[in-house]
Design a protein around this ligand. Structure first.
Ligand code: ZN
Length: 251
């Protein structure tokens, strides 16, 4: 077992026996790990093990079993996200996507930074639906899915009114629509936006604005992409879907 200091994001905690907890933390230096906390009701760790809390942790990391939290400092909580059930449900979903995308114990500081940055932008009040789309899109390669929305599969032209083809797992320009008789008949703007989202910088995000109708089209298409290529069903995603139905009823 080795002592290490690392920034970490709490993904979730769960009860373990009467007064103990298991806490899943995505650490910057050592990937996702499960930590054991004894006597949580009397523990100074009580507040720091809440989901989506970020802190600098002093950890005892065990490669063959449970790890332990010795101490922590520099705690940061996402106050605005926690106050808004919609933002919170999207933030929870992106965190659980990161959890699903890589195995435990695998070092991935790039994904760690991307997740933290996404949450920080949600906290700042940027559009959480669009941030979630960008996260879903950019994390696809962690699931082994590489999709090119930038150029036609056949002629490699760019900047066209593309349609998506599941048969070729890529986009077709209008000259090559006929290559796939079951092409998706998508609004080309959906693919244009996804192409932007694959390479968008966080700076450009400050100015992005997408209409509700287009957001819904993005949502439907990304759901299809995840159903077809990834095939995971996260509880946190189901919650978002249910929440949006509630939203519709209230309107
Ligand atoms: Zn083409």
């Amino acid at each position: 077992m080795q002592s290490r200091e690392s920034r970490g994001l709490v993904l979730y905690n769960q009860n373990y026996r009467e007064d103990d907890k298991l806490v899943k933390i995505f650490t910057e230096i050592s990937g996702k790990r499960m930590f054991f906390v004894k006597h949580i009701s009397r523990s100074k760790l009580f507040s720091v093990i809440q989901p989506l809390t970020v802190a600098d942790f002093l950890l005892k990391i065990n490669d063959n079993g449970l790890s332990y939290i010795d101490d922590y400092k520099e705690v940061m909580v996402f106050k605005h996200i926690n106050e808004d059930i919609f933002a919170l449900s999207y933030a929870t979903y992106v965190a659980s996507l990161a959890d699903a995308a890589i195995a435990d114990g695998v070092y991935d500081s790039q994904l760690f930074a991307f997740l933290i940055k996404t949450l920080e932008l949600m906290e700042q009040g940027l559009d959480y639906e669009i941030l979630t789309n960008i996260f879903e899109l950019q994390i696809l390669e962690r699931f082994g899915v590489n999709l090119n929305f930038h150029e036609c599969v056949f002629c490699h032209r760019t900047g066209q009114a593309f349609d998506f083809s599941y048969k070729y797992s890529g986009v077709l320009c209008s000259e090559h629509y006929l290559k796939d008789l079951k092409r998706s008949h998508l609004d080309p703007n959906v693919l244009y936006l996804l192409d932007c989202f694959q390479t968008i910088s966080f700076k450009d995000l400050q100015t992005i604005s997408v209409k509700p109708e287009m957001k819904q089209k993005l949502r439907f298409f990304l759901d299809d992409i995840y159903d077809t290529y990834v095939g995971i069903h996260l509880k946190s995603k189901k919650f978002i879907d249910d929440l949006s139905q509630w939203g519709d009823i209230m309107k």
